[in-house]
Design a binder for this molecule. Structure first.
Ligand SMILES: Cc1ncc(C[n+]2csc(CCOP(=O)(O)OP(=O)(O)O)c2C)c(N)n1
Ligand SMILES: [Mg+2]
Length: 1002
């Protein structure tokens, strides 16, 4: 008899292997007429089998001969005592398909081998052991033999998957062995076992999951894959839906090529299955309750995804190709295949899923953490977040989902991929599992896989997680449907990432002008022989009579007509329509050059009370003795007004007042109520602070319990989250930038451990933070705290590369500040939160100043005034001033100390606390009282080619400052590296700097 299809063996050919349902097995009857939203059957195929059994039980003639023979055989085996006891009403004992109660039963049944065991029993046991190994090796290594490459280039079948490797011969094929330990039926022939294994592990799906430590998770996957032969029976209208989506994808690419010859489209041809994959995935996610999906993807197929998934009207894309509106985007905006979009995807049951495709730069894979950060922000807002303190709601990831689409070369090559994967299960970053889809066209630009990675698969980096990786043949959309279902079920069940490696090919060159045969002649001769993904699937459907030629023609005609109509509209009206960005949570916020003002002062008594609250600990909480004696005790004194505030207190008060909405009541500019605002702060040591100054999270020294006083300020306060981040810069900064994109109404802060480590996040700074508003009209109010200052700690712990931020500063894109007092720190944070102007804020933050007795503020400085962009010098009489030193940040204290030490009285020292936007007016008025032609000297501790000097010079021009003050500078000599590694050399240099600054002073 030919066995039912779910045990048919798999030939290894270039074409995907037809599976269950395709060879005459009874079609699956629909269950109660109910269908999931996406038409995919629910659960494994057990219900289906039970229904076939029921039909057979009612009338054996009503099922196909295959099924009849199968049931007869099962009944015979059971009668002979070989089968499991059937479940009531069904010959399929559940454990044949699901997890067996094998441990107890198998142990009892297994023969115990000893010296007195007869040879025949020992031989049988040895054979059984070989079968066990064969099964296990298929689970571990079956993917290597899977027919996943549509180009038919398979690696050699691993020996351990070959029955001959274990000494089996033809003669053994009909011998029976137990598979119950592995979740199979009690006894099956070797032939059946091989078929079962090959179907599950070596057809169009290759799966890597045996690296997962949890037995529960492995079994969960086994149940779903082995119980179904890793195949999903699709209903007819799901097949049609796949065909429709494939057709739309194919027609779109052909339409672009025909109508816009010579233009770059980064065509999806060869990987069109991505479109039905996304369609099935979004529909199923929607059915599972997901309401928001944040997508991140690079160039490949992006236009196709934009129109066929995000719902961007094709006419918009055609207009962008025509580019007939040059006036609209002079000096700004981005190329069409980087543009984001958002839209609603209708799923069944009248529901829809909101899709947000992030704007992204060319830099591959850097969108990953950004998309996850956006998703986390949405989830936090909806209370859909896992909170490690136990104060948050639920396990998270019910409403929100991140879907990242990658390229094979980039996924294997870019380190930010690993950084993002590492975030996936951390309490501060988890989004309940990201779905990764690698559009694996087996090439990167002109680079082959052999040149591009040392790993077997492009996805191997993801094996660092305890998650399955599904490799699937992109020319088998039905296998893709099974993988989508497995992936989403896995995510829902485990709240972890999951990876789909969609094996396909790239029909053309990297872009449409490239000739791929220059570099990949053999690969491209294989590609040219392919008939196309849609064609291949259509012919399978036709072969199986699942659709008619007429159906297919109508689908194609419909798709083309839609595109023609869109093109006509684009020609009629070439003007581009931009999606509005300042809606929803962004309503009322603005970017541009005009900043609004905010009143940042907070009454004295409120400040005292809040500062006191940051020292209040639960009765049963024992802080570390030193913290108790120093940090907390001193803060209590500050709260009582007995001691000036240090930096830590200024910062804590900024946070506490923002969280509680303290300050002048009423409305902010633009009529928006100013209330409690949330705070999220992360960084490698953000909880304690790199320099042990913050202690935002306290640890009970007896039991390690953590306590975040800022979470216990008032009943009505906003949420606060302060997390130590993993050791990453690009990944974590990207995440926070993403978070800020969806949280205009909160303060989002990232702190670098030392400022120079920001180097490792440069892509996020250049490609997103400083240019995002210009390129995409998307705003961010992210704050970056970068410890900076020359204190003898060497080339890498001195500079946060201030100059780089100043080079990137233009069009009021960012704010760059270098505050010098706790009060300035306080007002700066509050201004950032309270203004409706959303701009990234880059702050050079102190190290030694954190404890410098001079760097303190009185409470009155917080309860009055605001952030001063320039701090004038009120300590000297302007009439006697013969020189003005201009500086920013920490060097002010060095200069002030040197002035005092030298008894100098004729030199004023002005602090520029905000370098960008350059505070021209404030500086002018701070200088107003000094006599014309008083020399002004910019003093900085950074080498001349670093720090702010060259920016200042370029900004104020070469002539006299404000046409009044001749300008010169004092700095360390230009240098290739930021600072010396010798502490003594540093001190010498610093002394020299002071000498030069005060040369000629009296
Ligand atoms: C960080 C970065 N490095 C290099 C590039 C240039 N580049 C653009 S596409 C590409 C090949 C990408 O290959 P793959 O990830 O497999 O995607 P595919 O184009 O094949 O879909 C390269 C090298 C880039 N955009 N970003
Ligand atoms: Mg590729």
């Amino acid at each position: 008899m030919s066995a039912p299809a779910f045990v048919s063996s798999a030939p290894r050919t270039g074409r995907p292997v037809p599976a269950a349902g395709s060879d005459g097995a009874a079609p699956a009857p629909s269950r109660n007429g109910a269908r999931p939203d996406d038409g995919l059957p629910d659960g494994s195929n057990l219900p289906f089998l039970e229904e076939v059994w029921q039909k057979y039980a009612d009338d054996p003639e009503s099922v196909s001969p295959d099924w009849r023979a199968y049931f007869e055989q099962q009944a015979a085996e059971f009668a002979a005592g070989n089968g499991d006891a059937p479940a009531a009403g069904s010959p399929f004992p559940r454990r044949t398909l699901f997890r067996p109660a094998a441990a107890a039963k198998g142990a009892a049944a297994a023969p115990r081998l000893g010296a007195d065991v007869p040879d025949a029993v020992a031989d049988t046991a040895a054979l059984q052991e070989s079968v066990d190994m064969l099964i296990r090796n298929h689970r571990v290594r079956g993917h290597i033999a899977a027919a996943i490459d549509p180009l038919g280039r398979f690696p050699e079948m691993p020996e351990e998957l070959d029955p001959a490797f274990y000494g089996f011969t033809e003669a053994d094929l009909d011998k029976k062995f137990s598979t119950s330990w592995f979740g199979g039926p009690e006894r099956r022939t070797l032939r059946q076992i091989i078929s079962w294994l090959r179907n599950t592990y070596c057809r169009s799906i290759g799966v890597q999951y045996m690296h997962i430590d949890s037995l529960r998770v492995r079994r969960w996957l086994q149940d779903r894959m082995e119980g179904t032969g890793n195949y999903l029976r699709l209903e007819k209208d799901t097949q049609l839906r796949i065909l429709r989506k494939l057709t739309d994808a194919t027609e779109f690419e052909e339409f672009l090529l025909k109508n816009f010859p010579g233009k770059k489209t980064f065509s999806l041809e060869g990987g069109e299955t991505l479109i039905p994959l996304l369609d099935l995935m979004i529909s199923r996610a929607g059915r599972y309750g997901v309401r928001e999906i944040v997508l991140g993807m690079a160039h490949r197929g992006r236009l196709n995804v934009l129109t066929n998934i995000l719902g961007k009207p094709a006419r918009e894309i055609f207009r962008e190709f025509d580019d007939d509106d040059p006036e609209s985007h002079m000096g700004e905006w981005d190329v069409k295949y980087h543009l984001g979009y958002s839209g609603n995807y209708k799923v069944r049951g009248g529901k829809s899923v909101h899709l947000s495709l992030c704007f992204n730069p060319s830099h591959l894979e850097f969108i990953n953490p950004i998309a996850q950060g956006r998703c986390r922000a949405k989830m936090d807002r909806a209370g859909d977040t896992h909170d490690p303190t136990g104060e948050g709601a639920g396990p998270g990831g019910e409403r929100g989902m991140t879907l990242l689409i990658h390229g094979d070369a980039a996924f294997a090559g870019e380190g930010v991929v690993q950084e993002t994967l590492n975030l996936s299960e951390l309490p501060g970053y988890s989004v309940g599992g990201t779905v990764h889809v690698v559009v694996n066209n087996q090439i990167g630009f002109t680079t082959t896989s052999e040149q591009g990675r040392s790993s077997t698969y492009a996805t191997d980096v993801a094996k660092m997680l305890q998650v399955p990786i599904f490799h699937v043949n992109g020319e088998d959309p039905e296998a893709v449907a099974q993988v989508v279902k497995l992936a989403l079920d896995f995510r829902r069940e485990n709240k972890k990432d999951v990876v789909i490696d969609l094996l396909c090919y790239r029909k053309r060159g990297h872009n449409e002008q490239d000739e791929p045969a220059f570099t990949q002649p053999e690969m491209y001769s294989l590609i040219r022989a392919r008939s196309g993904v849609r064609e291949g699937y259509l012919s399978r459907l036709l072969e199986r009579n699942d659709v008619t030629e007429a159906d297919a023609a109508e689908i194609a005609e419909h798709s083309r007509a839609k595109l023609e109509a869109e093109l006509a509209l684009a020609k009629e009206e070439p003007k581009l329509e931009e999606q509005a960005s300042l809606e929803g949570v962004w309503a009322g916020f603005h970017g541009g050059a005009e900043a609004d003002e905010a009143d940042t002062a907070v009454p004295d008594e409120t400040l005292k009370a809040l500062l006191k609250k940051t020292c209040d600990l639960p009765e049963d909480f024992t802080p570390h003795r030193t913290l108790s004696r120093r940090f907390l005790a001193q803060r209590e004194e500050m709260a009582a007004g007995q001691k000036p505030l240090d930096w830590s207190a200024g910062e804590a008060l900024a946070f506490a007042t923002i969280l509680t909405g303290a300050g002048p009541a009423g409305e902010g500019p633009g009529g928006h109520p100013v209330g409690p605002m949330m705070l999220r702060m992360t960084g490698q040591d953000a909880e304690r602070g790199t320099f042990s100054h913050r202690h935002a999270v306290l640890h009970d020294s007896e039991n390690g319990r953590q306590y975040l006083p800022l979470r216990h300020l008032s009943e009505s306060q906003a949420p606060v989250a302060i997390y130590n981040s993993p050791l990453s810069e690009a990944g974590v900064l990207g995440f926070e930038y993403g978070y800020s994109l969806d949280t205009p109404d909160g303060l989002i802060v990232w702190e670098a451990q030392f400022g120079d480590f920001v180097n490792a996040a440069q892509v996020v700074i250049d490609q997103f933070l400083t240019s995002g508003e210009d390129k995409w009209h998307r705003l961010s109010g992210l704050v970056m705290l970068l410890p900076h200052g020359y204190e003898g700690q060497g080339p890498e712990h001195s500079s946060a590369r201030l100059e780089r931020f100043l080079t990137a500063a233009a069009e009021s894109n960012i704010q760059v500040c270098y505050p010098t007092t706790p009060a300035q720190c306080f007002h700066m944070f509050r201004r950032q939160a309270l203004r409706r102007w959303r701009k990234p804020l880059i702050v050079m933050t102190p190290k030694s100043l954190l404890r410098l007795p001079a760097a303190v503020s009185e409470l009155s400085e917080l309860s009055s005034g605001g952030f001063q962009n320039v701090i004038p010098d009120a300590t000297v009489d302007p009439a006697g001033v013969t020189k003005v030193l201009l500086c920013t940040g920490k060097v002010y204290y060095d200069l002030a100390a040197a002035r005092e030490e030298r008894g100098v009285t004729d030199t004023a020292i002005l602090r520029v606390e905000q370098l960008y936007p350059w505070p021209k007016e404030e500086l002018k008025s701070a200088l107003a009282d000094y006599a014309d032609d008083t020399p002004a000297v910019w003093v900085q501790e950074e080498p001349e080619n670093m720090g702010a000097w060259r920016f200042v010079l370029a900004t104020v021009g070469c002539g006299k400052l404000f046409d009044r003050f001749p300008l010169s500078w004092v700095a360390r000599p230009a240098s290739a590296s930021p600072a010396t590694g010798s502490d003594k050399s540093h001190k010498l240099e610093q002394a020299k700097l002071m000498n030069e600054a005060f040369a000629g002073a009296a």
